[in-house]
Design a binder for this molecule. Structure first.
Ligand code: GCU
Length: 660
């Protein structure tokens, strides 16, 4: 009878989980009464976050008894924790309550992946102080570049009505160590700083606080003028400074642990200090001064470019590097991973490592603006790691982007890492079930950038689907192959930004708009003509290559040493140029596009074989997205090859699939 009951408990919890993916990777099985009775979770402190750690373990941890201990003297732990075995118990020590919560999720993760905790002895400390999501959510409920439905934040219902999803969102983030969130779009409406909206923001902050998550806001630089009725928003004007000081004061009255501001200034039409002949430093410092008494931070974006530039890739460096040393301690320059804009592949932005006296942080994009929206399966951990592991040579070998951004540029500066979220109100949260893996991977890498993409994928698969080897291994392989596949079928060999105008979904390499901004036209980026294809960024071209430190400058600048996966990013190359494979550039391009299509067809076969391991709903939803992805891959291949062939004037090799 008891055995039967046990078997039933194994079955029942599965039914508790919705097959729509809404449980994310948090599909923990509640412990049964018998287990709960024999193992205790002890906690000495009376603190809301610590209580939550206990509650999670009480509900889901079926291993040995656990003692949760707070020891504020172990300062090096910051938000981290130690887990050790002490006799038959597990002893968890943290310096802050949130460390206990992270430790609880660590234990649950180990349980879900079936790890042996018998001799556990670990110490974990996060690599970055601030691990932050950027929501590009508008106040009308739409999400810029969001492909998972409307915004999670129900601004009209707030502050009175609190959706249960807010807490689930916070829990999911805490489970992977994310400790901060920017609620609104970088193209910020000034309205977010009105008293009404601050009440709403406060309501969200109150929910997130017990999961260790701080709220930040995107600020519109013109707010003093628009909201305060001042003549302008000149950062050096007394009245403007006073307006911000009062506003910040008002915010902290509502939200005592408010994180600070994210600012997009003088970029894509947004207002900024340059409107008044001031610099980015003038603007950022004014806000930083207002935030300083409360410990707040300014994340000032370096995403700037304008149509008069001969090469958009150069502008961030030109505007920001001369300002090195001029920013306040509590300013961090937030830099997109690549110089253009979240392309399938770009080199790292050369601003990293070029500002020794200024704190810098990476901005990744989890939402797949340039990667097939929520229709394509693209696992982004390898892309994130490519940037984090990129060698800048700025302080000699070993100066990777990760090292530069994890080490404080002196003083008491905070380190940070950010990513644009892919979360919306869709049942699956992210539109594609595998989009969840990218949210997960960002959190895990923000905690520990040395984790491997494979290990993160494994963890996610085991928790989200099943740990069965026959499922886990092929799915992990599919995820690992997916980033190179999308590069192949969209933009191989360093091609970039040849998307259809504005929506950035399909191909439009022929795109050219009479009178339109040249730097928004695909032709600007690929430069295909009868002599060849690619953007010449060497000395004989825009010389963007000179922004990289040696030996990169020489390596990228030389046709023979430039890595082939960035070739057309740095060089305009003749169609008949011989590639490492022995093929001509044209043949290689054809081969890569074709390979991309084949890879996605393999993903379909892989997934189809795994039907018996997945609930029907998620199986079918992923299956139908893979069909769209394959169709799109063929579209990309045919469109790009047929267009480029006009210039190359060479046949598509006969062993490859013919365009439809
Ligand atoms: C891209 C994106 C915009 C966004 C901008 C930014 O250009 O297409 O929607 O506002 O990046 O990062 O500011």
């Amino acid at each position: 009878m008891r055995k039967l009951f046990f078997l039933l408990t194994l079955l029942i919890p599965r039914a508790l989980y919705a097959a729509d993916g809404s449980e994310l990777w948090l599909r923990y099985k509640p412990v049964d009464a018998e287990v709960a009775q024999r193992r205790t979770i002890r906690l000495q402190v009376n603190n809301e976050i610590a209580q939550l750690a206990k509650k999670e373990l009480d509900s889901y941890w079926s291993g040995s008894p656990v003692e949760l201990r707070l020891d504020r003297s172990v300062k090096r732990l910051k938000e981290g924790y130690q887990i050790k075995r002490r006799g038959s118990d597990l002893l968890v020590t943290a310096a802050k309550p949130v460390g206990l919560l992270y430790a609880a999720y660590h234990l649950l993760r180990l349980q879900e992946v079936g790890a042996d905790v018998q001799n556990i002895d670990i110490e974990e400390v996060p690599d970055f102080d601030i691990r932050i999501l950027n929501h590009w959510d508008n106040l009308d409920g739409t999400v810029e570049r969001g492909y998972a439905g409307y915004s999670l934040w129900k601004w009209d219902d707030l502050p009175k009505k609190i959706s249960p999803r807010y807490e689930r969102y916070a829990r999911a983030n805490a489970s992977i160590g994310i400790n901060a969130t920017v609620l609104n779009n970088v193209n910020a409406s000034p309205q977010i700083l009105t008293p009404d909206y601050l009440e709403k923001v406060k309501a969200l902050a109150d929910v997130f606080r017990k999961y260790g998550i701080r709220v930040y806001l995107s600020a519109n630089f013109s707010s003093p003028k628009v909201l305060g009725g001042l003549a302008d928003s000149d950062p050096l004007r007394k009245e403007v400074k006073a307006w911000w000081i009062a506003k910040v004061d008002e915010i902290y009255k509502h939200i005592p642990d408010f994180g600070g501001f994210l600012v997009k200034a003088n970029s894509e039409g947004q207002p900024g200090p340059q409107d008044y002949g001031r610099t980015h430093a003038d603007g950022a410092n004014m806000l930083a001064d207002a935030l300083k008494p409360y410990g707040g931070t300014v994340m000032w974006r370096a995403f700037v470019y304008n149509p008069t530039q001969e090469d958009r890739a150069k502008q961030a460096y030109q505007e920001f590097v001369p300002l090195d040393g001029k920013f306040r301690e509590n300013v961090i320059i937030q830099i997109k991973n690549g110089p253009i804009d979240f392309q399938p592949r770009e080199p790292f932005t050369p601003v990293f490592g070029a500002m020794d006296k200024t704190q810098q942080m990476v901005e990744f994009q989890i939402t797949q603006e340039y990667l097939g929206f929520s229709n394509h399966l693209v696992y982004l951990a390898p892309l994130f790691k490519e940037t984090l592991d990129a060698e800048t040579f700025s302080r000699g070998p070993g100066s990777t982007v990760a090292r530069i951004t994890t080490s404080s540029a002196g003083g008491s500066k905070k380190t940070a890492i950010s990513a644009v979220s892919n979360i919306g109100e869709d049942d699956s949260w992210t539109g594609h079930h595998f989009g969840q893996a990218n949210w997960y991977a960002f959190g895990r890498l923000a905690w520990n950038h040395q984790l491997t993409s494979e290990d993160i994928a494994e963890e996610w698969i085991c928790q989200t689907f099943t740990g069965a080897t026959a499922f886990r291994e092929p799915v992990r392989q599919m995820m690992m192959d997916s980033r190179e596949a999308v590069v192949d079928y969209m933009m191989p060999l360093g091609l970039h930004h040849i998307f259809a105008f504005d929506h950035h979904y399909g191909p439009e390499p022929w795109g050219d708009m009479e009178g339109g901004r040249p730097d928004w036209m695909p032709w600007y980026y690929h430069n295909a003509d009868t002599t060849g294809i690619g953007f010449n960024r060497t000395k004989s071209g825009s010389n963007a290559v000179s922004q990289y430190k040696e030996p990169l400058q020489t390596a990228y600048g030389n046709l023979t040493t430039c890595p082939e996966n960035l070739l057309l990013y740095f060089h305009h190359v003749s169609w008949s140029h011989t590639m490492k494979s022995g093929r001509s550039l044209w043949d290689e391009l054809c081969f890569r596009y074709d390979r991309g299509v084949k890879e996605v067809r393999e993903f379909q076969k892989t997934w189809d074989r795994l039907e018996s391991y997945v609930d029907q709903q998620r199986f079918e939803e992923v299956q139908s997205k893979l069909k769209i992805q394959t169709r799109d891959a063929v579209w990309w291949k045919d469109a790009c090859l047929l267009y480029f062939q006009i210039f190359a004037k060479m046949p598509i090799p006969y062993e490859l699939e013919r365009p439809i």
